[in-house]
Write a protein that binds this ligand. Sequence first.
Ligand code: SF4
Length: 215
Amino acid sequence: MNRQKYNITEIFESIQGEGFYTGIPAIFIRFFGCDLSCQWCDSPDSKKGTKNLKPFKTYTIEALCDQLETRYRTAILTGGEPLIQAGIVELVCRLSSAYNIHIETNGTQTGVLKRLREDGHVRWITISPKFEQLPTDEAFFCADEIKWIVTQDDVSRILSKTLELYDKGLLHGNQVFVQPQWFDPKSIEICLGLIHIQPTIFRLSYQIHKILNIR
Ligand code: SF4
């Protein structure tokens, strides 16, 4: 029996507010901890090096499965950074017997991403890359969608990195989203500018759960 424990800050039902699957009902499992430290993080207690930690709970696989009493058929593993949890591949395998598993990751854990892809238990992988540590080419190739959080400082790097990935054949279809920073009104303008420059590559993602004032 797997005695691995997983650090989780919250479990809640909502609708997916971002990206390709916007609007689907899902149960969100938010893992504690991250290997990066982004300025705009919406889970600041999980950032690397954070001192004022919110309490999190630890669950075995059995305890987590007991907790997930829901009629929703999609489970979204998010964070923090879910892929730095020890035993995450085994957890995905177990949960996939009951749920379509979606993962939201910063893409730094290449080995874990490759295992998840090879095992075939994950339905959808969203990589939201950060310039603090970009994913490897192999990691990018594992993504079903890429979601850039757009800031004025990063716009030219986002464009050039995306075109580099496109030229290398590492992007699938038309699943590269640009998402404005919620608190920055200029950010939406920049996103639309990127879409205008590369309309066959970029799509807009907007955090509709924030418009609806739900989690
Ligand atoms: S990678 Fe995601 S969870 Fe980690 S600090 Fe950045 S925004 Fe927060």
